[in-house]
Design a protein around this ligand. Sequence first.
Ligand SMILES: Cc1ncc(C[n+]2csc(CCOP(=O)(O)OP(=O)(O)O)c2C)c(N)n1
Ligand SMILES: [Mg+2]
Length: 365
Amino acid sequence: MSDIFSQFDPLLGKRLQIMDENGVISADPAVSALRPPELTDELIKQAYEKMLFMKMADQKANNLQRTGRMGTYASIRGQEATQMGAGLVMKPEDWLLPAFRELGIMWLHGIPIENMYSYWMGNEMGSRPPENVNCVPISIVVGSQMLHAVGVGLGMKKKKEQKVAVAFFGDGATSEGDFHEAMNCAGVFKPNTILICQNNQWAISVPRSYQTASTTIAQKAIAYGVPGIQVDGNDLIGMYVAVKTARERAIRGEGITLIEAYTYRLGDHTTSDDAKKYRDPEEVELWKPRDPLIRLQKYLASKNLWTQETEDQLTAKYEKEIEAIVEKAQAIIYNPSDMFDYTYAVLPPQLQAQKEELLRNLPQI
Ligand SMILES: Cc1ncc(C[n+]2csc(CCOP(=O)(O)OP(=O)(O)O)c2C)c(N)n1
Ligand SMILES: [Mg+2]
């Protein structure tokens, strides 16, 4: 069987990478041939520009938290290519089921950045997608969205719909029972689902080596009778190819694919964390040159499609756009008691009492 799953067998320690950290396309013709013709240099340039925007919107969220204008925030820094690669493949009719580190893919799938800022500022309405944007709210409960994605994908399969459900989750989430239940169920019922594990090497302070004794996360797919592939998650082209293949399989009725995007969390777990307390700074230095944006700059520069001057112009333009987004997010008026309203159909008595107490003590808005 000559497909990417046998070409990059995770049990043999093979990882799909088409563009390396120097921005060079693989010299192996069997690998470079995987780049599909539609992924032109122009499209890669556009993708890079979106990744730059994501990076800046992400940095802004960190700054908002540091200046007391946001409660907390989980940075996507370092994981932009994973999300962009998937975003290039996903269609608006597909459903996205995110964890909490997904500003990039949520934005690409249609959730406005101001909604996400608003969410992290504590506004329940930040979880409400605009009409026709197929994205469920952020799952803070680690891993639960993997099961939901299998259910949604099963519904699509039963209705013979030509679309997929895509769940994002972390390496830590694979230690949850939910992961194994989702994989097992999916192996049997073959839903239109793609599971994308952003293996960023850390689950708060727990390193990947404490998470599982398996050499790769992708190889766990084998036990459930489904294909799994480990991809260099910092390689936009590799991610694109893996997600495209997975989407095509699902649409053909062949079921789920597990994609392990091998990447790195360059920042802290969230703004409430200080990774310096548990992470060797040398490890971070090792990963810095593998930055998904730097390699694209190198690639695009080699094609005369990137210069520092264009970067500076874009940065100035995006800064203004992001400032306007912050204004919008801050202008949304909301009632803190909303937090009681969207979990229970009928509020349990103790929560009802807490809600009433809060309402009594709130200034009128
Ligand atoms: C069920 C559950 N257990 C524990 C937590 C606390 N918690 C929040 S994030 C996190 C680590 C998640 O790590 P990973 O899945 O690798 O995702 P990452 O944060 O690295 O993106 C934990 C344990 C939680 N939110 N939900
Ligand atoms: Mg992680």
